[in-house]
Design a protein around this ligand. Structure first.
Ligand code: ADP
Ligand code: NA
Length: 330
């Protein structure tokens, strides 16, 4: 039996991934490569829905590709490609936009959140239709499984609705995908304000561990993480968000479930605990950082690899697009 198809992607919208991206996406993906026929995309078409600097964007695409590979995505096993290298994404997005209701698109909460501050007047139409492009991304690969954070679940629901609608209207064309929502511990919070998730758009850089930070800087950020005055190392999301976050981080780094860590650190102080977390994060990330920098030192080789993978992706995507065009009478 062929393996089920999996699709996921990240925007090249920062130079370095952060520890949340690493634990919540990259680590999970890495572990899924055996079980699934996986497509991992660098979604640069999504990144241009907000203002971009062309030179910076091109660098960020390479940097993200290098981090995917350094973090364990194997480009010989999984397909690791850049979205804009496969023309079918934009083409299918147009087809799908003609069967998406304006009201339906208007109900996407991420657009509302993203424009809550700046106002909808200045937002691009591309930011508004972003979820339809995401639907095209997923449907082009006959995707069965989409691992996403809960903030993307509504977009996968839209994708399912569009696939079902298209199939009903024009005949069976698309596979209807399922979201796989990641486990609770896979959500990582800001070290300085542990009520908010760790994010590239954080106000305070001390709360965010970057994959490409120098190891000493990473260790310092973790040792300065906000905790509480209770002094005991136990998980309690509501009362002890800082300590709980550090337990989740240590668990993700070591593979030891949180209860095991609580037992291990019973009676210990926060200083000892934070040092253990810092050591574990540095031990995991330092080699990934080194490998990323090595890969970035040979951009021509990276570009060659991405071009070869884009060809593999296009072969699948073009076939699906062909079916959709045919079904619609085009
Ligand atoms: P950001 O929130 O920093 O803008 P993205 O929205 O680009 O990050 O997310 C890229 C991927 O990383 C997604 O799969 C998302 O679910 C995951 N991710 C982002 N932030 C976190 C976090 N704090 N904890 C766990 N996973 C995260
Ligand atoms: Na996000």
């Amino acid at each position: 039996m062929p393996k089920p198809r999996l699709y996921s992607g990240m925007q090249p919208s920062s130079g370095s991934l952060h520890l949340g991206n690493y634990i919540g996406a990259l680590q999970q993906w890495r572990g899924m490569q055996d079980e699934y026929d996986a497509f991992f995309s660098i979604v640069d078409l999504h990144a241009i829905t907000v203002a971009q600097d062309p030179k910076v964007l091109r660098e960020q695409v390479r940097t993200l590709a290098a981090q995917y590979i350094a973090g364990g995505i194997d480009p010989d096993r999984s397909c690791l490609y850049v979205q804009s290298h496969v023309a079918a994404h934009a083409q299918l997005q147009w087809l799908l936009s003609t069967i998406t209701g304006f009201g339906e698109a208007s109900r996407m909460t991420q657009f509302k959140d993203k424009t809550a501050k700046g106002g909808q007047e200045t937002a691009s139409v591309g930011l508004f239709t972003y979820p339809i492009l995401m639907a095209a991304d997923i449907l082009l690969y006959d995707t069965e499984v989409v691992p996403v954070g809960d903030d993307q679940k509504q977009h996968v629901e839209l994708t399912r609705d569009l696939a079902e609608r298209f199939n009903k209207r024009f005949g069976s064309t698309f596979t209807v995908p399922k979201p796989v929502i990641l486990a609770n511990g896979a959500r990582i919070y800001d070290l300085q304000s542990p009520a908010s998730k760790m994010s590239k758009s954080a106000d305070n850089d001390k709360g965010v561990v970057w994959l490409l930070d120098e190891p000493a800087r990473t260790a310092k950020k973790i040792r300065s993480a906000v905790t509480d005055t209770e002094g005991s190392i136990r998980a309690d999301r509501a009362e002890k968000p800082g300590v709980t976050n550090l337990l989740d981080i240590l668990s993700a780094m070591t593979g030891t479930p949180v209860p095991g860590l609580e037992a291990e650190f019973a009676g210990q102080g926060y200083g000892v605990f934070k040092t253990a977390v810092a050591d574990a994060v540095v031990a995991e990330l330092a080699p990934v950082r080194e490998r990323t920098l090595e890969l970035l030192a040979d951009p021509a080789e990276l570009d060659r690899l991405l071009a070869a993978n884009a060809e593999r992706a296009a072969a699948v995507a073009d076939a699906t697009l062909g079916r959709a065009l045919e079904a619609m009478g085009l």
